[in-house]
Design a protein around this ligand. Structure first.
Ligand SMILES: CC(C)[C@H](C(=O)O)[C@@H](O)C(=O)O
Ligand code: SF4
Length: 751
């Protein structure tokens, strides 16, 4: 640990190291664990199979968000059969309800007024606080970094690790700082700021880094706007994004139900004020952005880096100098059905989606409603366009209704829905049909993201509202609504109202789940070994191969880890309209027997944290992936499943892809860290010593960490003494149950 000047990230990291391994990896204590229904069932089954408990129910909070219908809910029932019609979605919700009961966790169920997208409810309740470490089996956990927290997404195996040990093994990332200085032009919002940043640094620009956002523009943002910026850090490839806490942060948190109160509040705030990067702190990478360069932005392609100002045109891939990028752009334009040179404002839309963990907060809804009002009292959603507004949480919905925003939307022809992830991912009924084009406030424009064959343009809530009225992508600045003096400013949710609400927990009342625990135990998965692998390699040439491409969302609705091979690269293998087979490389001999993938494109496995992507590759028979770089969560997910991700130079990947094209069998020797390829000279690679040891010897991470249980317990004692407000926030075994959900959490630690 260095004693020189430190960044905010260095400080939070140092404060959370339980112990350091010989390999250099740190065991990091987790202060807050958020859980949702998609990435957790296999983790709980793993705990059950190994006879383990949840170490800190008081620091764990669960909700349902991805699968939930957003059509009006029958308020009179807690029976999941009446609330979630789709059997697979219901099975995941039911599994979570059973798990929170079995393991004594606090839970905001479907009929709870606090239910919502996991990244909206954490901050809303004050569960998210400055200075903490926060994880969730979800890539957009980076959102919580807006509070000056170290928050990042993890895979399901890591969720199991955190549930069992309240820690996670991590390698420290590099420090990156992005300064945004100057004054934003009128009509430019935080979504434009982050889209512009990703356009500048690219979807892999933050690989291996934690980004701190700073500068006058960031300082002047509200908490909600800061959350939108940090939320999309993952779209820039970074591990996490963060913003130093300040008066704006403290004002947002004060009196939130789970935030510290009274004297503890004062003590917490004085600690939080120390959470800034020291003046001379060293950043490995620094990027400076001028606010005046940022114009309201939209995406044109299928990567969040494909950004242009709304006043711009669809770019011509022929002008791209990097051949991989050119290829990706050509593919994107074909998928998006766009012609180079088309002015963005001439692109017609079929759907509009306002919501998601990026832009489903009250301020986002106000901003969209302002545009609708600005368009005049007779403004309507353009004919033929379906526009929906989906609040990020049930409390956001109630607040918006109290302010009359729902009436503004409804009157103009928008659908006003219940809270959930909705058309951001389309795991419920809210899906974009093949060939349809959507103006969306979400964060991912990946192929098939909102529905197979659907086309997504990312933008701010103001721009999405403008698109709904105009029927095409539109510059929201032409709609700008200036509240007149007589307009009542839209009220904040009174804190007392949030605190005093009587909440219903359905966890106690649902019918018992029919979900059976998986037969595959974690130790089974982890007891596999990787030493030498020989076989066919399949070449792939796509940059930013995201995990939605590897395994689309319809395959996430499982509660087990197996049987996913049929979904692997589904949209590459099957035509979205006709379902006809597309002759994808993995369906052609000899590649239908491939055990290795060689990707020449960087950032393989970026995007969502779904471990299902790794499970589907494994299920197909893939044991090793070679690429110039990887999405970090995906890399960890591979390692957790005894698959070897190997990072090589772009040139080496091209060389190996040529071998793969020629049908040369590759031999990967992990002990020697070497790839042999017929007569040609072998290629060396390096791996982290701890991870190599795990793969070679097949040992179980959780059992290994539990050997450090004394160090974990000692850390917890120090934590209680130093930051007492972190214990007991979500109920459970520690200092009380603030959430108001009966907990059966055990008082003692059992190992
Ligand atoms: C389902 C979940 C694992 C996933 C994520 O990690 O991001 C989802 O939220 C998404 O946005 O794709
Ligand atoms: S990105 Fe979309 S699907 Fe993922 S958590 Fe956010 S709202 Fe839900």
């Amino acid at each position: 640990m260095s004693h020189g000047p430190k960044t905010l990230y260095d400080k939070i990291w140092n404060d959370h190291v339980v112990c350091t391994q010989e390999s250099g990896l740190d065991l990091i204590y987790v202060d807050r664990h958020l859980v949702h229904e998609v990435s957790s069932p296999q983790a709980f089954d793993g705990l059950r199979a190994a006879g383990r408990t949840v170490r800190r129910p008081d620091c764990t909070l669960a909700t349902v968000d991805h699968n939930v219908p957003t059509a009006p809910r029958n308020k009179g029932t807690t029976d999941l059969r009446a609330l979630v019609a789709d059997p697979e979605s219901r099975a995941q919700c039911a599994a979570l309800e059973k798990n929170v009961k079995d393991f004594g966790l606090s839970y905001f169920g479907l009929q709870d007024k606090r239910q919502g997208i996991v990244h909206v409810i954490g901050p809303e309740q004050g569960f998210t606080l400055p200075g903490i470490t926060c994880v969730c089996g979800d890539s957009h956990t980076s959102t919580h970094g807006a509070f000056g927290a170290l928050a990042f997404g993890i895979g399901t195996s890591e969720v199991e690790h955190v549930l069992a040990t309240q820690t996670i093994l991590q390698k420290k990332s590099k420090n990156m700082r992005i300064n945004v200085d100057g004054d934003l032009l009128e009509g430019v919002h935080s979504k434009d700021v982050i889209l512009h940043i990703i356009g500048v640094i690219s979807a892999s620009g933050g690989n291996g880094c934690v980004i701190e956002y700073s500068g006058s523009v960031i300082r002047n943002l509200s908490m909600e706007a800061r959350m939108s910026v940090c939320n999309m850090s993952i779209e820039a490839g970074s591990r996490a994004g963060m913003i130093a806490p300040d008066e704006v942060t403290f004002a947002y948190l004060k009196n939130r139900p789970l935030a510290p109160q009274g004297e503890t509040w004062d003590r917490a705030v004085s600690y939080w004020r120390t959470l800034t990067s020291d003046k001379d702190a060293k950043f490995d990478i620094e990027v400076n952005i001028q606010a005046s360069d940022i114009i309201p932005s939209v995406t044109w392609g299928t990567s969040p880096q494909d950004v242009v100002p709304i006043t711009g045109k669809v770019p011509d891939p022929a002008t791209f100098t990097n051949p991989d990028r050119r290829k990706a752009a050509e593919r994107s334009l074909q998928y998006m059905g766009l012609v180079p040179g088309t002015p963005m404002e001439e692109i017609k839309v079929d759907n509009v989606f306002i919501g998601s963990c990026t832009n489903g907060r009250i301020e986002d809804l106000r901003s969209a409603a302002n545009i609708v009002r600005g368009a005049g009292s007779d403004a309507r959603v353009a004919p033929g366009v379906r526009a929906m507004v989906v609040p990020g949480s049930s409390l956001v919905k109630r607040q918006a209704e109290a302010e009359g925003l729902d009436a503004i939307f409804r009157q103009a022809g928008f659908e006003w829905r219940e809270a959930g992830c909705s058309m951001c991912i389309g795991m419920n009924d809210d899906q974009l049909s093949a060939g349809k084009r959507c103006a969306s406030t979400s964060n991912r424009n990946f192929e098939g993201r909102q529905g197979a064959g659907g086309r997504t343009h990312l933008m701010s809530p103001a721009m999405a509202a403008a698109a709904a009225i105009r029927g095409s992508l539109a510059d929201a600045r032409q709609f700008q609504y200036k509240p007149s003096k007589s307009t009542v400013e839209l009220a904040e949710i009174p804190a007392e109202q949030v605190v005093a609400d009587s909440y219903l927990s359905v966890a106690e009342e649902v019918a018992p789940s029919t979900v059976q625990p998986s037969s595959a135990t974690p130790s089974e998965a982890q007891s596999k070994v990787f030493r030498v692998l020989q076989g066919i390699a399949a070449p792939m040439y796509i940059e930013n191969m995201d995990t939605d491409m590897i395994l689309p969302k319809q395959y996430l609705k499982t509660t087990v880890r197996t049987g996913l091979a049929s979904g692997l690269f589904y949209n590459f293998r099957n035509d979205a309209n006709t379902g006809a087979a597309l002759d994808f490389i993995l369906d052609r001999p000899p590649y239908n027997k491939a055990v290795i993938i060689v990707s020449t494109g960087k950032n393989f496995g970026c995007g969502s944290s779904r471990e299902h992507a790794a499970w589907s590759l494994e299920d197909f028979g893939i044991r090793c992936i070679m690429a110039p770089s990887f999405g970090e969560i995906f890399r960890n997910n591979c390692l957790q499943n005894c698959m070897l991700p190997i990072e090589l130079s772009v040139e080496q990947c091209h060389e190996l892809a040529r071998d793969a094209e020629a049908g040369v069998e590759l031999v990967v020797d992990l002990e020697r860290e070497e790839i042999s390829r017929g007569e040609a000279s072998p290629i060396r690679f390096t791996t982290d010593p701890f991870r190599r040891g795990c793969l070679l010897n097949g040992f179980d991470d959780i059992a290994a960490t539990l050997r450090d249980v004394d160090a974990i317990a000692a850390f917890e004692q120090r934590r209680t003494a130093t930051w007492p407000w972190l214990d007991g926030a979500a109920g459970g075994h520690s200092t009380g149950n603030k959430v108001g959900v009966k907990s059966s959490g055990k008082e003692t630690m059992e190992w």
